[in-house]
Design a protein around this ligand. Structure first.
Ligand code: GLN
Ligand code: ZN
Length: 768
């Protein structure tokens, strides 16, 4: 049985590409050196796949920064400001990715956006009215030929026109439809050229098909591909090349019939994330003359495939599709490269994981097993490969905690309800705290200066002991409290000096998480993240944050906020389990963080902030799935964390974006007392939405942007506060920056916060 891979990670097993590119940026590598290192990595990645006998290996899945950006360059979607730069092609490309400031000019970068429901970010193409769509780069051709020279016949992969042009940003009067003719002819010339070079298959990626589509979108899709696919009849390439339409990250329920009706030679469907893929297939059938690329090996998570389940699934698929190719569910870009460099995982643990390289073996195994299954004998059930795999899914994993499971099972509706209701609490808290109007605060972290990082690093390496480590942090906390008092903030924080990362810190302190050493996943450009793994049932053995919080509170009469990361964010920024539901997992985390909340409260901490920075990260792509698949457990998980606190304990939360207009009711239903969020960059649009929805939670829309080193002036902040006051009741408004300050320099932070307090004081005068 043939196998395929949609795309392979390009960053390298030890992030070689990242380091090469960054060295080039710093001037420590020449362009020629960078190009040759990239070429060597591509060769290694191709050979890796070839050695596992993958029949359909992609080329052109490499990128120096991002595939959407590559496609923009391929299609000549390069805004004038970059065309005008007298730079080499590669440097112009990097200018689009990161902006350019130097002797040749000063241009900002393209915007960066989240790629569907992943943590990968693409560059948003910009289309101007005079954008001339045409073939403008040779990347796919070069990389196809490069692979061919290695003796590897590949399927070049390109991002399809519907996805690319729907994700693009149109700066002028023209829209997608105005470019149709040029789009069709440009894609045709790409296909023709690849065919002439000898490509037998071409993969066109259209992940946009798994999102909610309008009738007009579907009509446009059909029209574009009817146009593009006409090239197959061109006498020069007739019968030479076959086209695969590849979808991933979900099912194509809006356009399944339109897709199978088009003259593609193969169609790639996602059976992992595509909840309805199998039923679409069963209901509508599949053309007998087409290849079905069945995405059954998860390209987004790191757990071993369950062969028994997958073989059963393939068996069902077989009844509808005559020609199957076993495929990854999406590009393997979204998982780390290899398990081979993980030296700290136990043998037990390793057995459960498959990163990109190990997934190649899974594809190969499944290919063999499925062939045996089809030859109408049960011999494969005797094979060691099959049986070893089965044991993983039948025996109980180390790390099970039955007490926690019982606690989750015993939860009832009242565990998710905080009493008394918000309005009563709000009044009680106003009496208890006596805050001035427009209380001022920050989001939690203060600058992580080199000494702070050094202290953590030394402790980790064992160069200092726990007492020395703690002593240093206490010193920093004391300075931080003193600074905040001098600045005149109303609600203080301890500064988070002990935390490297808001999720990793809690992961390391809870039972049930494990950490990898080299399991990096590309987030954008050269930036990679190394998410913790939810391995077992989650529990907390002892208080995590209480000592530092209590110490900070002992230094001041003003309230100091306890600072926690919420369960949804912890789960969303980790690799989740597959053996239990996300709902069960998040409730376990919620119970653990909930214990921390009660310990903080018992220790005299009166305000507790539970950050949900990543709450929106995993919102399903389709509107119809938002509640049933996600919000129906995510919001309750947050409520579970704080439902048992006293009415006077004030619960804050924080979110890193303000694009939650469409889930505003759900945000209010988190039932926090105060929420802070990023607002400075979105023109305060959200404020109207808050008003229209009678948002009850008190709000702190960030009054300045911490993502820039710029110090906002007093007048600027005053202005913002006044705008906020025109829409938000003064009794409900808090004043704060829009996110944590850890990445900023000390000087600018002090200046900005002083301005924030001064502006607030001036506005306050006009209110009383
Ligand atoms: N409390 C965290 C901090 O201030 C919140 C970070 C975040 O929202 N990403 O750093
Ligand atoms: Zn934030």
């Amino acid at each position: 049985m043939n196998t395929a891979v949609i795309g392979y990670p390009r960053i390298g097993k030890l992030r070689e590409l990242k380091f090469a590119i960054e060295a080039y940026f710093k001037g420590n590598k020449t362009q020629a050196e960078l190009l040759s290192e990239a070429k060597a990595l591509r060769a290694e990645h191709l050979q890796q796949q070839a050695s596992h006998k993958i029949a359909f290996i992609s080329s052109n899945d490499f990128s120096f920064y991002d595939a959407m950006l590559d496609t923009a360059c391929l299609l000549n979607v390069v805004p004038a400001r970059y065309q005008d730069l007298a730079l080499s092609d590669l440097d112009r490309y990097f200018a689009m990715a990161r902006g350019y400031q130097g002797e040749k000019g000063d241009v900002r970068a393209l915007a960066m956006k989240k790629w569907f429901n992943t943590n990968y970010h693409y560059l948003e193409p910009e289309i101007e009215d005079n954008t001339q769509i045409k073939l403008a780069s040779s990347k796919p051709f070069d990389e196809y030929q490069e692979a061919k020279a290695l003796g590897i016949q590949t399927k070049p992969v390109i991002i399809g026109p519907l996805t690319f042009f729907k994700l693009a940003h149109y700066l002028g009067k023209k829209e997608f439809a105005d470019f149709k003719a040029d789009i069709i002819s440009t894609y045709q010339s790409i296909i023709k050229k690849l065919a002439e070079l000898g490509a037998e298959y071409i993969q066109i990626d259209e992940p946009i098909l798994v999102t909610d589509l309008s009738k007009a979108d579907i009509a446009l899709f059909t029209e574009l591909y009817q146009g593009i696919l006409a090239i197959k009849d061109n006498p020069a390439i007739k019968d030479k090349v076959k086209l695969i339409l590849q979808t991933y990250f979900g099912d194509i329920r809006d356009c399944y019939n339109e897709v199978i009706a088009l003259p593609f030679d193969g169609i790639g469907l996602d059976f992992v994330e595509g909840k309805q893929t199998l039923s679409l297939l069963n209901k509508n059938g599949f053309p007998a003359d087409k290849l079905l690329f069945a995405g059954v090996v998860n390209g987004k998570n790191i757990w071993k495939n369950n062969y028994q389940k997958t073989l059963a699934l393939l068996d069902q698929i077989k009844h509808k599709a005559a020609k199957i190719v076993i495929n990854s569910s999406c590009s393997l870009l979204h998982v780390p490269y290899t398990l081979q460099n993980e030296t700290k995982l136990t043998i037990q643990q390793r057995a459960y994981f498959a990163f990109a390289q190990e997934k190649l073996q899974e594809l190969a195994d499944l290919g063999t097993l499925f062939t045996e299954q089809n030859s109408a004998n049960d011999r494969y059930k005797q094979s060691a490969i099959y049986n070893d795999n089965q044991t993983l899914f039948t025996r109980e994993r180390e790390g099970a905690n039955h007490t926690v499971r019982q606690k989750v099972a015993a939860l009832t509706a009242k565990d998710f309800i905080r009493l008394p209701q918000f309005s009563i609490r709000e009044a009680a808290q106003k009496r208890a705290f006596h805050f001035p109007l427009l209380p001022t605060t920050t989001i939690g972290s203060f600058p992580q200066t080199p000494d702070v990082r050094l202290n953590r690093a030394k402790f980790k390496k064992g160069e200092i002991n726990l007492a020395q480590y703690t002593e240093f942090n206490k010193q920093k906390i004391a300075e931080c409290i003193k600074l905040q008092e001098e600045i005149g903030l109303d609600v203080l924080v301890h500064g988070e000096f002990e935390r490297n990362d808001m999720v990793e810190y809690f992961g390391e302190s809870l039972n049930g998480f494990i950490f990898t050493e080299k399991a990096w996943v590309q987030s954008y450009g050269t930036r990679c993240v190394k998410p913790p793994v939810v391995w077992g049932d989650i529990s907390r053995s002892k208080p995590i944050t209480v000592a530092y919080s209590v110490y900070a509170q002992s230094l001041t009469d003003k309230p100091v906020k306890g600072m926690l990361t919420g369960p949804v964010t912890i789960l969303n920024w980790s690799f989740p389990r597959e053996d239990i539901s996300q709902k069960e997992s998040v409730f376990q985390i919620a119970l653990a963080i909930g214990d921390e909340v009660l310990d903080l409260e018992a220790a005299g901490i009166k305000i507790i902030q539970i950050d949900e920075a990543a709450l929106k990260e995993k919102l399903p792509l389709r509107h119809a799935d938002w509640h049933s698949e996600y919000l129906d457990w995510a919001i309750p998980a947050f409520r579970l964390v704080h439902s048992k606190v006293n009415e006077k304990t004030q619960i804050h939360t924080h979110m890193c974006y303000s694009e939650f207009a469409d889930i505003i009711k759900d945000i209010d239903a988190m039932d926090a007392d105060v929420i802070s969020f990023e607002a400075s960059r979105s023109n305060l649009q959200l404020i109207d939405v808050l008003k229209a929805n009678h948002f009850q939670t008190e709000v702190g829309p960030g009054v300045y942007d911490i993502h820039s080193p710029r110090v906002p002036s007093v007048d600027e902040i005053k202005n913002t506060i006044e705008k906020l006051l025109s829409k938000i009741d003064k009794e409900k408004l808090w004043i704060n920056p829009d996110c944590g300050l850890k990445t900023r320099g000390e000087k600018e932070v002090v200046a900005s916060l002083k301005h924030l307090v001064e502006a607030t004081l001036e506005v306050r005068k006009t209110l009383s």
